[in-house]
Design a protein around this ligand. Structure first.
Ligand code: C2O
Ligand code: CU
Ligand code: CU
Length: 559
């Protein structure tokens, strides 16, 4: 089936709107599927590439941007330090260091200036900052993953107009871990976060300190935050955010992949143990992270998830990372020889596959624009790098000789599974109707709660009945635990090595969880930890186009 026709069929079809992609599956017979898939594969293999094409290893010639002690993404250690964070439209050098329009948070502290500072704070300390809106449109900051009362959480209803302020002051009570902050402006989250309004919020606790000293990890040297983002640029090297109707529905996918805002980055490393705090800061793209030495997948250790350290390190060769998720990884470079090169890659997968179905690789190429196609946005997708194709993220070169600790500690922290005995699950269904993604049949209503929870341990069964896309579902206000997965697709099953059909990244505290087409994921949330008084929080898809497209609900915690 030809791509244009396919999109036409998709967009124009009422049947699609009511029954997901069932129609498409029946309309395209298997033979056509295979032909389409083959065509995409061939295009991928023979494709000549484009500037910054991440498939081409030889493009990886730009030193990875490493956060320093000031300036862009400078690490700013705070202890109740009153700050003013000004959201503003500036420029930032990205491609060939050419200035691109960029949105950023700027602050000055102790004679230094910071853009999108990486906050670093000890658990138990207070955070204190006033957001100053220097944009020409409303904005608000959400502290993603932090346990906060609703009025500190950056609800879109709290968006402030241009020129206005919003004061934030709160104690940080989360476990140590890699959190982040980003714009959550009403209907403008995708555009503003994509435009630059996002950075890390690193919380430290005793377990973190123990790990850092055992492995001699130093933030900015061997402990590196890596934010992974796919973007599009125009011919002048300027960021472009112009989602078409279809991209608003499927998510905005870029064709240049940045790590710490560096296209095609490399990093010179020593034969030591490195900690990589990976954040998927993309609007919609999902990564399958693997370290490859030639054709060999190297084993690494997963040590943390959204809400901090796991109980112990878990060996892995690949993990999925959906928008807003974090995975903390120890990569042991002491097994490498000087001069060796390893690539952190995103491996190929089929993002539309579901249990019992054939997979929809061909469809994905069709919807998102397969490799080798570069049609205009109006046709629905103009990316040259479809979601789910394989490409490189970061080249690691063992250049130095220094040695460091070689042994990873056997235990990291304590993660006590919640007691869910006797709790009857709440059903939460994700569906699609008339081109709208829905949560329990509802789309976002600013001033109403879709449901009220109890101040108790709740179990939610989140079922992805859209049958067509992965939805990374994010809960505000609380970290949760993944209890189990059912009807997982074949793409995920080999990674489901833990009890209850769970993958390694399900074994820690989470605030965002990937739900595959057809899959049901059971999570447990302890609402007894809620702040006093009535609280209104969000639950939404973190595909940011889905979020702004109202795949979001409020839920209420009663007083
Ligand atoms: Cu990271 Cu409601 O968002
Ligand atoms: Cu959040
Ligand atoms: Cu979604």
């Amino acid at each position: 089936m030809e791509r244009r026709k396919f999109i036409g069929a998709l967009a124009g079809s009422a049947a699609f709107a009511s029954s997901g992609v069932g129609l498409l599956l029946s309309a395209c017979n298997t033979g056509q599927f295979e032909q389409r898939t083959d065509a995409i594969k061939k295009a991928g293999e023979s494709f000549a590439g484009y500037p910054h094409d991440p498939v081409r290893a030889e493009n990886f010639t730009n030193p990875l941007f490493i956060p320093g002690v000031e300036g862009p993404f400078g690490v700013l250690s705070v202890t109740d330090t009153p700050l003013t964070l000004t959201a503003q439209a500036k420029t930032f050098p990205i491609l060939e260091a050419r200035a691109s329009p960029f949105l950023l948070y700027e602050t000055n502290y102790a004679g230094k200036s910071y853009q999108n500072p990486i906050f670093r704070i000890k658990s138990g300390n207070r955070f204190n900052a006033t957001l100053q809106n220097g944009l020409n449109e409303p904005t608000i900051i959400h502290w993603h993953g932090l346990r906060l009362p609703a009025n500190m959480d950056g609800h879109p209803n709290d968006s402030i107009a241009a020129g206005k302020n919003y004061p934030y002051a709160f104690p940080v009570t989360n476990r140590g871990g890699t959190y982040w902050y980003h714009s959550h402006a009403d209907q403008l989250t995708a555009k503003q976060a994509y435009g630059g309004l996002a950075s890390f919020f690193i919380v430290e606790d005793d377990d973190e300190v123990r790990l850092s000293s055992a492995l001699d990890l130093k933030l900015g040297e061997t402990d590196l935050p890596l934010v992974i983002q796919d973007k599009r640029f125009n011919a002048n090297g300027e960021l472009v955010y112009q989602p078409s109707m279809m991209e608003k529905m499927m998510g905005y996918i870029g064709d240049i992949v940045l790590v710490n805002l560096t296209p095609n980055p490399f990093l010179e490393i020593s034969p030591k143990i490195y900690r990589f705090r990976c954040l998927n800061g993309s609007n919609a793209r999902i990564y399958k992270l693997s370290f490859m030495r030639g054709l060999e997948k190297m084993e690494y250790r997963v040590i943390g998830t959204d809400g901090g350290l796991l109980d112990r390190p878990y060996p892995a060769t690949e993990v999925f990372l959906a928008p807003a998720e974090r995975v903390d990884i120890l990569f042991n470079a002491s097994q490498l020889r000087q001069g060796e090169t390893v690539f952190l890659k995103s491996l190929a997968f089929d993002p539309m596959e579901q249990d019992g179905m054939n997979g929809m690789g061909g469809m994905d190429g069709g919807m998102m624009g397969g490799r080798g196609t570069n049609q205009s946005a109006q046709t629905g997708g103009n990316t040259r790098l479809a979601n789910g194709v394989e490409f490189n993220l970061l080249k690691l070169m063992v250049a130095k000789a220094a040695q460091g600790p070689r042994e990873v500690p056997a235990s990291l922290s304590t993660v006590v599974p919640m007691d869910t005995a006797g709790v009857s699950p709440r059903r939460v269904t994700l569906s699609l109707n008339h081109m709208q993604w829905l949560i329990n049949g509802q789309s976002y209503r600013r001033d109403a709660a879709a449901f009220e929870v109890r101040r108790a341990v709740e179990v939610w069964d989140i079922e992805n009945a859209t049958n067509s896309m992965i939805h990374p579902m994010h809960l505000h206000g609380f970290s949760f635990q993944v209890v189990g997965r059912s009807k997982s697709p074949a793409a995920l099953r080999p990674l489901a090595t833990a009890s209850g059909g769970r993958v390694i990244t399900d074994l820690g505290w989470k605030d965002t969880v990937m739900i595959w087409p057809g899959e049901t994921v059971r999570i447990a949330i302890d609402f007894r930890q809620a702040f006093p008084g009535e609280q209104l929080y969000l639950f939404h898809c973190h595909n940011l186009e889905h979020e702004d497209g109202n795949m979001m609900v409020n839920y209420r915690i009663p007083a």
